[in-house]
Design a protein around this ligand. Sequence first.
Ligand SMILES: Nc1nc2c(ncn2[C@@H]2O[C@H](COP(=O)(O)OP(=O)(O)OP(=O)(O)O)[C@@H](O)[C@H]2O)c(=O)[nH]1
Ligand SMILES: [Mg+2]
Length: 318
Amino acid sequence: MSEIDHGSFLPTNIGLIPTAPEGFKSGFVGIVGRPNVGKSTLMNFLIGQKIAITSPVAQTTRNRLRGILTTPEAQIIFVDTPGIHKPQHQLGEVLVKNAQIAMQSVDVLLFVVDSSVAAGKGDRFIAELASQISAPVVLGLNKSDQQPPTDESLDRSYQELAAEYGWEFLKFSALTGDHMNALLTRLVHHLEPGPYYYPPDLVTDQPERFVMGELIREQVLLLTREEVPHSTAIAIDRVIEEPTITRVLATIHVERPSQKGILIGKGGSMLKAIGTAAREQIQKLIAGKVYLELFVKVQPKWRQSRVQLADLGYQVEE
Ligand SMILES: Nc1nc2c(ncn2[C@@H]2O[C@H](COP(=O)(O)OP(=O)(O)OP(=O)(O)O)[C@@H](O)[C@H]2O)c(=O)[nH]1
Ligand SMILES: [Mg+2]
């Protein structure tokens, strides 16, 4: 039995990054927007693998996460960011700050909006931030599948926003895949010639155990209600690889004893449901058998404490 740090998704031939052919393009595309507009769904679709968790709950994404797409012509490194919103606690402040920092260091900015509702104050706030960076901005109207067919005022509200700043805009659906190729073509168009930044078969820069923690948090988001999803942080305590099974021990941190009670559920039923669903997801991730053991721990006010936030993996990434 050996305990391993799963390291990253980096293949064993690390370092063998091929030389890019003539005319190859590469660069970083930042994905920003309000919470819940579909940024992570979009990145997963484009790279063809689920590395970012998604849910109907706003503020799902907490960490800046890179997803890598390599085609014969280009390598695009997508930078998924937490939805930009008015922060209500230290955690929110750290997340929004990181999204803003990410905006400043990309080659192209993909500003995603939910086209099934009209442009609002939140979108205008982000537009103002986006207008201050030098990279080209593409306004992406997502959720086209959810638009009422007769209401042209929705598109118009975004056309006006794009016109105001001189941005191009495209409409698509990250859920159905409609017009995703057109989006990709436009993004590649904006990239400069460049090298492979990562080996061509790599899909993310994050270690596997980070994604494992996220897959557990996703089930908490999907299965619990109200304040519980937002009060939760996951720590992967140990990953033990045995010949036929990988054992994962993880702790779900919550802020209050009442939340611990909800997470455990009657006779342990909720924790069991979270564990079963998360285990299935982790098995898909590592393509192998997984034994998952979950613990729940109360850590009062962790979202308010910079020190505890850093311990749980949330800090300003200057
Ligand atoms: N109908 C429809 N739903 C979508 C589309 N894209 C995303 N969704 C749904 O919208 C919800 C939010 O998606 P996410 O990808 O988690 O959104 P996000 O922008 O990453 O959210 P945060 O991480 O909270 O900022 C999920 O329930 C998705 O399934 C789309 O094109 N059409
Ligand atoms: Mg997200």
